[in-house]
Write a protein that binds this ligand. Structure first.
Ligand SMILES: [Zn+2]
Length: 258
């Protein structure tokens, strides 16, 4: 063991220094940000729900329209995991950074609402959210909590009190467009950021994967924290191949107190 400085230590300090200097930071978070909270990356082959029932089919808009029961059957175990999950140390660290008075926007590909639970207030949910549902017939929107428990425990399909239509979670299914307002918002924030963080995302899902490139092309600094390489690592100021919960609290702690 080298007792002085390992490269990893230098990377943490370099990242902390960029956090200290930033005036406006956008943090792009993906499935890897929530896996330490026990939520499987359901898009990754070989893990969790992906391999079990062909989720591309089950989690598609087509399936939802044709056979909502098929969708809800697939969605139920995921909904339970999300309902029971708590923010991890990385979620809490980003909320701490905001509370310390910094301008931080989180653009997330996750639907679990854990950034909100941790206390972050500026969160753009690019793939929608499990926190609300909308009627497929009259479009009335509902807060999800009252529907979640009966759905998770008994499999009760959520119905509209207004018209008895089936309620669809406000998450983006395969075959659906990103929520337009969220997407515009994320692009606007990206244009204004002087620092972009990619955290727990392998940047495999377009168009969100293009945001970090837009940021660096405009001269923003870039930090990538992910277990596996991403296409944009070659453009990053700092690359840390590790678990977000293992390194982000340390980086934020150094940035705030260091
Ligand atoms: Zn309705």
């Amino acid at each position: 063991m080298n007792p002085v400085h390992s490269p990893a230590q230098n990377a943490l300090e370099d990242a902390a220094e960029l956090f200290r200097k930033t005036r406006r930071v956008v943090v792009l978070t993906g499935a890897g940000f929530s896996t330490p909270s026990g939520i499987p990356d359901f898009r990754s082959e070989g893990t969790g729900l992906w391999s079990r029932d062909e989720p591309l089919e089950a989690a598609s808009l087509n399936t939802f329209r044709r056979s909502p029961q098929t969708f809800f059957h697939w969605f139920r175990p995921l909904a339970r995991q999300i309902f029971e999950a708590q923010p991890n140390a990385a979620h809490r660290a980003l909320a701490d950074f905001e509370r310390a008075g910094h301008a931080i926007t989180i653009a997330t590909q996750n639907i679990d609402g854990l950034h909100h639970k941790a206390g972050s207030t500026r969160v753009i949910e690019l793939h929608g959210t499990i926190r609300s549902l909308s009627c497929t017939q009259c479009f009335k929107q509902y807060e999800a909590t009252p529907f979640l428990k009966p759905f998770i425990e008994q499999g009760t399909v959520p119905l509209c009190a207004n018209c008895n239509g089936i309620l669809k979670p406000d998450v983006i299914l395969f075959g659906e467009q990103l929520p337009q307002a969220a997407w515009f918002d994320a692009q606007k924030e990206t244009r204004q950021a002087d620092l972009m963080i990619v955290a727990g995302s392998s940047l495999e899902v377009l168009p969100v994967a293009g945001l970090p490139m837009q940021a660096v092309d405009r001269g923003a600094h870039l930090i990538v924290i992910n277990n596996t390489p991403t296409y944009i690592n070659v453009r990053a100021d700092v690359v840390i191949m590790d678990d977000v919960a293992a390194v982000i609290p340390d980086i934020i702690n150094r940035a705030i107190h260091g």
